[in-house]
Design a protein around this ligand. Structure first.
Ligand code: XIL
Length: 332
């Protein structure tokens, strides 16, 4: 049937994958990306980040992101934008922190409205609503040793944005993105908020407060960079809590890594773990879809980031399906 087909049968909007431009030269890899029975959604994994789109102040480049977006548009796949504001993969002129509050807020507004506005225009060129850049992710996460909007204890992270503007950059980014494309769904995305805990509570309270202030916010993204055998038991309850705020939830960057070498036992546990995550989303109507952080172990970010770990995705390095694939099938 294919994972996207199954997701739609289960009344989800999509099953999708992150992609990365350099890998698009690999034809076998790209052929599977174009298989819309498996994937009816893509997320550009790097090409929409700030360092790629506005490397010097006020000068925007969309060469790479246009390629990624065009692939999705051609395939009629949903596209998640990733990302407007994040403390990682920033150009030095932003990180240097040489701006005051008002200036940095205006830089954030300009960046978000330009990037979001770019694809509003592009997608209006003769494509129907269905193909529009439908989702935007506001500050996503980072690598495990640092945090995102929030630290693990739920306090605000010391990014250049927070240190300069306080919490106001979040509303600035959301308002600018909304003004640039009022139909785009705006998300806040983070890691380690899959289960309940102080970080999830901080996210819950932020979204609640944004909604109370009528600041546009439509969803929460759970990244779900998880570890085999360690899926939080509260994942479904946690998704339900976010849904209670009246926002959508997406699993935005799912991968489930293991300590290498791969064994049959680890692959069997990984299958169960993929099923657990997918069925938690499946059980909550406002959880609208699942994205894996690339589909094959050949191009996963995991081995280069977490030393000694890998094999986190449902297809192996030869693009052959692993037991995890069947776990997803069962989860829907
Ligand atoms: C990763 C990409 O996959 C890598 O290619 C890049 O070198 C670093 O960033 N959380 C996120 C993603 O929100 O943007 C990160 O993507 C993975 C962690």
């Amino acid at each position: 049937d294919g994972l996207a087909t199954l997701a739609k049968k289960a009344k989800k909007k999509y099953f999708g994958t992150a992609i990365d431009n350099p890998n698009l030269r690999d034809c076998a890899y790209t052929a599977k990306l174009n298989d819309t029975k498996e994937f009816n959604q893509i997320t550009p994994g790097n090409s929409l980040k700030w360092d790629a789109t506005e490397a010097s102040r006020g000068t925007f480049t969309f060469l790479e992101s246009d390629i990624a977006v065009a692939l999705g548009v051609q395939n009629k796949q949903h596209i998640r934008g990733h990302t407007c504001v994040w403390h990682n993969q920033l150009p030095n002129w932003v990180t240097a922190g040489n701006f005051d509050n008002i200036t940095l807020n205006s830089i954030v507004a300009n960046h978000c409205s330009t990037v979001v506005g770019r694809y509003k225009a592009q997608i209006q060129l003769g494509h129907s609503e269905r193909y529009k850049l439908c989702l935007y992710v506001i500050p996503p996460p980072t690598y495990p040793d640092s945090t995102e909007l929030f630290n693990e204890d739920g306090t605000w992270r010391n990014s250049v944005f927070y240190n300069t503007t306080g919490e106001s950059f979040v509303a600035t980014a959301l308002r600018a993105a909304h003004a640039a494309d009022p139909k785009t769904k705006l998300y806040i995305n983070d890691y380690n908020i899959e289960g309940t805990g102080p970080k999830s509570t901080a996210m819950f309270n932020l979204v609640k407060s944004l909604k109370a202030q009528r600041i546009p916010i439509h969803g929460v993204g759970l990244q779900a960079h998880l570890i085999v055998g360690q899926i939080p038991s509260t994942i479904q309850a946690n998704i339900e809590q976010f849904a209670g705020l009246g926002v959508d939830i997406s699993i935005t960057e799912l991968d489930i890594r293991m300590t290498l070498p791969v064994t049959d036992a680890l692959l069997a546990q990984q299958k169960i773990d993929y099923q657990t995550v997918v069925s938690a989303c499946n059980a909550v109507p406002r959880c609208i879809g699942v994205t894996i952080w690339d589909y094959t172990d050949k191009y996963s970010w995991v081995p280069s980031t977490f030393s000694g770990q890998g094999a986190a995705l449902p297809w192996d390095e030869n693009l052959v399906k692993k037991p995890a694939y069947d776990g997803i099938v069962t989860g829907f």
